[in-house]
Design a protein around this ligand. Sequence first.
Ligand code: OAD
Length: 269
Amino acid sequence: MPLSKEDHGKIEKVVGYLVEARSILFITGAGVSADSGLPTYRGVGGLYDEADTDDGVPVEMAMAGRMLRTNPEITWKHLARIEQAARGKTFNRAHEVIAEVERRFPRVWVLTQNVDGFHRMAGSRNVIDIHGDCRELTCMRCDYRTTVKDYVALEIPPRCPKCRHTVRPDVVLFGDLIPPEKVQALQREVARGFDLIFSVGTTSVFPYIAQPVINARFSGIPTVEINPGLTEVSFVVDVRIAGGAAETLDAIWRRYQEGQPVRHPGRKG
Ligand code: OAD
């Protein structure tokens, strides 16, 4: 859906926020990677579309840490599907713009729920991948760890080459605790404060995703949502643009750059 005249007015407002900001938090979800061709979890064509999986259990049960321990073949079947949907795909303009913003502003962080690793691939360094990365695999019993490009060569469910126990991806499944170091990193950065918060392509169903936006709003810190659909924070944010992540972030960034003096003549960016 192309951006409307009204959206362009909102973009001007967001550019105004950027001009004033030194520290920015981007909170991202599956919608950012939707522009790379990955399915989202919820909504039309979402991975959680079906009420029950073909194993006859709800997806929250199939994708739970408990199921992985008792019936790894069920959980791994779904993990493999998610990985397969991402295979051969890569980051898009939304990830690129976020990485460019990090290079240009004093302090920028990405809080992402995505497990595809696209933010880091696009060049973002300050990334809290709160739900992990599906390419990092660990043994559930011993200290075996490995990083894979994809799951092509894996037997499903994969077995540890050292102890033959089940290997799992380093992702947060339903009922799992978020790794404490990720929670601490998020708390540390949120406590330092941000001048501007973007929520892009996420339904914000988890409190730790919605809360920074809600708190910012009530502290007078500008908040922006980019999402074609309505979410838990849609009625909280200062500016809501109902557009796709890549197109909208690209439009904001181009407009911002038009208004910025070139600080280093001859140097790009
Ligand atoms: P969801 O699938 O819940 O939401 C995707 C959001 O992206 C929706 O709000 C869509 O409207 C929006 N969207 C779709 N296309 C878009 C586009 N081109 N540009 C921008 N937005 C677009 O995904 P998340 O909110 O990321 O957790 O889901 C959060 C977590 O729920 C996931 O990390 C996963 C799942 O359970 C775990 O696996 C622990």
